[in-house]
Design a protein around this ligand. Structure first.
Ligand code: NAD
Length: 494
């Protein structure tokens, strides 16, 4: 059985806790490896290495740090196929989808290549006679990232590219369900010239996470995962005096108005609901169909579903892979089998005709869902698209704004005025106008509202650079005999 170890000080380090987790191949249902789960002491050892390495790294010139990012960019691009295969084997998403996640992660490395420009401060000459004032941003020290199973390369890259370029050392605690992509990235970072110890990977579960949250030498924690854990990370981390950004779960609604191009809306809904088997925090999980077009839209979605090729990523023809574990597949299937009893209509039942091995569930379409039903209220995180029928734009907007989550949303319409009003009214952090998965490009920042994000800072882009640095303002005066005198008054700028 393959053993997946930690990465500390620039090399693989075998775990010593005696605890391991199971890594599955979700497409076959067979265990592929076991992963070491770090103890509190092992986390502390990684932090000590990172703290030591950070002193030299923060003193390294900006051009040199940018050069490491440029090299990392080329290395990821050159090795993306191997990385996609690793992701597919442990996560289950098909390689074409894994390549998409790598491309979006790479954007963040490209953004971080501009770090000399991003860290330029302000300068005010002659704020008072002979006095200049300037602002600089400095790294925090050792920072940590705790990441979910569903984007084993992209979400770590959201964090580590900016964190490292800003001069921090980084401890990554990836999902224990698909841990190998993080080690592949660690190796590429070493090849790119990052000094040993600046980037470290500790695998683990709650024990490792709690050790990160409690460690006094970790200045900041970035988290992406489910809402209950995000809340816990935010509350525990901030209580321990850390800077925390904790992104949580989602329930993304797509509002389709009667004037929308219904074929385009159906294509978008199917792509965004069933891509990556619905295991995306930006997946569309609810279509809000205005009554006038609801029957047509449901029919158009239903007719597209049988064409989706479901199966293992080892066959390049497949478009949708399995779910991450048998337990998760069974949980998602429970929403489908329970839907009729809650009053929904099962238009396409994905529990039927699934591939024989692995943790598969076929695309499912539920119509007539409404608040109060579990399939509407819960984040399902699987290939289940639900349709709620609404009488008007206002009713659709109200449902979105009443939802406790606020990650992503989309409106489909040809009416620019209504779209603009939607963007003004909707209480969601990322909005698509005829775009179903509005994940911001890397030079904006990613983050939801309400129960989809705890903390004040969105992730990556300008918010990422701010999150991983702290500001300092320097007021300076150089000896000038002409302006020097004794003055006991409080220094003034005028
Ligand atoms: P998860 O919350 O179970 O796990 C996320 C991380 O937290 C993992 O590293 C895991 O080891 C750790 N963890 C799990 N239980 C813990 C506990 N009790 N105490 C401390 N740490 C714990 O999430 P997941 O199942 O890996 O990922 C899916 C979830 O992530 C979905 O809810 C999805 O919406 C969300 N997600 C959100 C975003 C976003 O940007 N908002 C992006 C991707 C995924």
């Amino acid at each position: 059985m393959d053993r997946i170890s930690h990465w500390i000080g620039g090399a693989a380090v075998a775990g010593t806790s005696g605890r391991t987790g199971v890594v599955w191949n979700p497409a076959t249902g067979v265990q592929s490896a076991e992963v070491d789960l770090a103890s509190t002491d092992e986390v502390a050892a990684a932090v000590a290495v990172a703290k030591d390495a950070q002193r030299g790294w923060r003193a390294t010139g900006l051009s040199r740090r940018a050069e490491v990012m440029f090299r990392l960019r080329d290395l990821i691009d050159a090795n993306k196929k191997d990385l996609a295969d690793i992701i597919s084997a442990e996560h289950g998403k098909v390689p074409s989808d894994a390549l998409g996640e790598i491309a979006r992660g790479l954007e963040n490395v490209e953004y971080a290549c501009g770090i000399p420009n991003l860290l330029k401060g302000g300068y005010s000459e002659q704020a008072a006679t002979g006095v200049d004032v300037y602002s600089i941003r400095q790294p925090l020290g050792v920072v940590a990232g705790i990441t979910p199973f569903n984007f084993p390369a992209m979400v770590p890259l959201w964090m580590l590219a900016n964190a490292l370029a800003c001069g921090n050392a980084f401890i990554l605690k990836p999902s224990e369900k698909d841990p190998s992509a993080s080690l592949f990235l660690a190796d590429l970072l070493a090849q790119a010239g990052l000094p040993p110890g600046v980037f470290n990977v500790v695998h683990g579960d709650k024990e490792a996470v709690d050790a990160i949250l409690a460690h006094p030498d970790i200045a900041a924690v970035s988290f992406v995962g489910s809402t209950p854990i995000a809340r816990y990370i935010y509350e525990t981390g901030t209580a321990a005096g850390k800077r925390v950004q904790a992104l949580g779960g989602a329930k993304n609604h797509m509002l389709v108005l009667p004037d929308a191009d219904l074929d385009m809306a159906a294509d978008a809904a199917v792509s965004a609901a069933f891509g990556s088997a619905g295991e995306r925090c930006m997946a569309v999980s609810v279509v809000l169909a205005v009554d006038a077009i609801a029957d047509d839209l449901v029919a158009k979605v239903a007719e597209r579903i049988p064409a989706i090729k479901v199966g293992p990523g080892t066959d390049p023809a497949n478009e949708m892979g399995p779910l991450i574990t048998a337990e998760h597949r069974d949980k998602v299937a429970g929403y489908v089998t329970g839907a009729a009893g809650e009053g929904a209509t099962v238009v396409v039942d994905g529990t039927e005709g699934t591939p024989p091995d692995g943790f598969f569930l076929n695309p499912t379409l539920l119509d007539g869902v409404a608040p109060g039903m579990r399939c509407y209220d819960d984040e399902i995180f699987g290939p289940v698209l639900t349709v709620a029928r609404v009488g008007s734009y206002d009713e659709g907007l109200r449902l979105i704004n009443d939802n406790p989550y606020g990650n992503g949303t989309a409106i489909f319409t040809r009416d620019g005025g209504v779209a603009r009003q939607f963007q003004f009214d909707v209480e969601v952090g990322m909005v698509g106008i005829n775009v179903p998965i509005p994940v911001p490009v890397s030079y904006y920042s990613f983050g939801g509202w309400k129960a989809s994000l705890f903390g004040d800072s969105h992730m990556y882009g300008p918010d990422g650079v701010n999150f991983y640095t702290r500001g300092k303002v320097v007021t300076s005066r150089w000896p000038d005999p002409a302006t020097s005198s004794v003055n006991l008054g409080f220094p003034q700028n005028r």
